[in-house]
Design a protein around this ligand. Sequence first.
Ligand code: NAD
Length: 507
Amino acid sequence: MQQPTRLQDEAARLLARLGVDAALYGEGERAVRTPLTGETIGRVRDASAEEARDLIRKAHEAFLQWRRVPAPRRGEFVRLLGEELRAVKDDLGRLVTIEVGKVPSEGLGEVQEMIDICDFAVGLSRQLYGLTMGSERADHRMQEQWHPAGVVGVISAFNFPVAVWSWNAALAFVSGDAVVWKPSEKTPLTALAVQALTRRVIERFEEAPEHLSVLLLGDRATGEALVDDGRVPVLSATGSTAMGRAVGQRVAARFGRAILELGGNNASIVTPSADLDLALRAIAFGAVGTAGQRCTTLRRLFVHESVYDTLLPRLKRVYSTVSIGNPLDGDVLVGPLFEEAGFRAMEAALEAARAAGGTVHEGARVTEGLPEAAFYVRPALVEMPRQAGPMLVETFAPILYVVTYRELDEAIALQNGVAAGLSSSIFTTDMREADRFLSALGSDCGIANVNMGSSGAEIGGAFGGEKETGGGRESGSDAWKAYMRRQTNAINYGYAMPLAQGVRFDI
Ligand code: NAD
C-alpha cells in the first residue's frame, strides 16, 4: 500500500476535524487530486442513479415539512449555519486551498462569502415581501404572496467549490425549500465538509427535517438526473456555457426554472482620465488573481491610445514579476492552474493569438522547484492588433488581451462584442464617461463597475450575467424570488360579484 502524502494527511486531518466520516473520502472509484502538487488526496464514491432518485425523493419529503416552518425560524436555521461556518472558517478555507489551489486569503475569502450570504439570508427571512395592489373592482383587494418553490437543485463548478452552494442554499432555505447539491466531481472533499457541517446544524435544529440538505456526488450523469427530475422545480447550474446550454434546454423541456450562472469574458476600459495606479492594481488582481480561474476574471482590456504607452510597460512589469508558486509554501499571489486541461487550453489560446497577430508576453509554464504533476504558469499578457480569434471566447486561464481604442463608444462596442455578458468595468475620473458606461447605451453585462476591476463581487448585489452567461441572478437584491413561487390573490370582501374589464355575465 502506498504511504499517504503530506497533503493527503493534511486533507484527512482537516476533514476529520470538519466532521466528515473517513469512509466517505478513503475509498471509491473517483480519485481526488490537489492542483498544488498533482497528488491524490482522497477517493470518493459517486451516487448511483437509484441513490440519486431516492435522495431527491427524501429531499422532496423534507420540503413538504420545511415549508410549514415560519420564514423567520428558517432564518434562525441559516443563522446557525453561519455560526457553524464561522467556527470552521480556518479549516474549511485551508481545505479549499488544498482542493482547488487558491491562495490562502482566497480560500478563507470563499468561506467568508458563505458567512456573508447566511447573514444576508437571515435578514431576508423577515422580508419576503409581496405587494398589494388596488383592485378595479369595488370591495376587492389584490395581493401577492411568495411561497416556497420545492426542491432546489444546485450544480456547481470546481472554481468556487463551496461558495456557490451557499449563494443558492442560504436563500433556498429561508425561502422554505430543500436543497440537493451536485458539486463538481473534481471538488467533492470540500462538498463533503460543507454537507457534514450542515447536517450538524440540522441535527441541532428541531424543526429541520433530516434531508433538508442533500449531497449527490458524481459527474455529468448525476447532474443530469437532477436536471431531469420533475420534483426539482428550480435548478441552479453554475459552470461553462456548454453545460448551461445543455442544462437550460432540458430544464425548459419539463417547464422547470433554471438559474444559469455560466462563463464570462470580462473586459475593462481604461480611459484617458483614469487613475492609472489604481487601475494597475485592479487590473492585476482581476487578471492574474486566482490564476485567471474566476468567472469574473478580467480577460480583455481596452486602453485609450493616449495612455497605452504609460500603462503597458507597468503592466508588463507586473506580469514578469508577480510571485507564482505553491501557496502553502510561501507568500505567493498566483497558485496553480486547476488541471492540465486548463494549461493545454491556455497554450492553444496563446497559439491562436499569435496567429491572429498578437504579441504574447510571458505565459510560460513554471516548473522550477515545483512538482511535475502540477501546472503552474506565468500569466500571459497579449497585445492584440484588434479584437479577434481567441479573444472572443473564455479560456479558463490567466490570459489578458489588450487592444487600444480612440472613442469611448468604440470601446463600449468592443466590450459588448462577445457572446458572454457577465462582468465589466471602466477606469475613469470623468463622470460623463462613467455614467455613459453604466447607462442603457453602455455595458450590456449583468455587472458593470467603475474604478474597480471586473472581479471580486460582494454579497448584497444580485450576481449574474446576460447573453451566454445565462441570465441567472443569485445572492443579493431580490434574487430570492427565483427560489419561491409567486401567488397572486384577488379577494372579494363585498356582496356583489363584479367582473374585471366590465364584463357582464348575469345568470
Ligand atoms: P463545467 O461546465 O465543466 O462543470 C460545472 C458543473 O456542471 C459540474 O458539476 C459538472 O459535473 C456539471 N455538468 C457538466 N455538464 C453537465 C450536464 N450536461 N448536465 C448536468 N450537469 C453537468 O464547469 P467547470 O469547468 O467546473 O467550471 C468552470 C466554468 O464555470 C467556467 O466557464 C466559469 O466561467 C464558470 N463559472 C461561472 C460562474 C458564474 O457564477 N457565472 C461561477 C463559477 C464558474
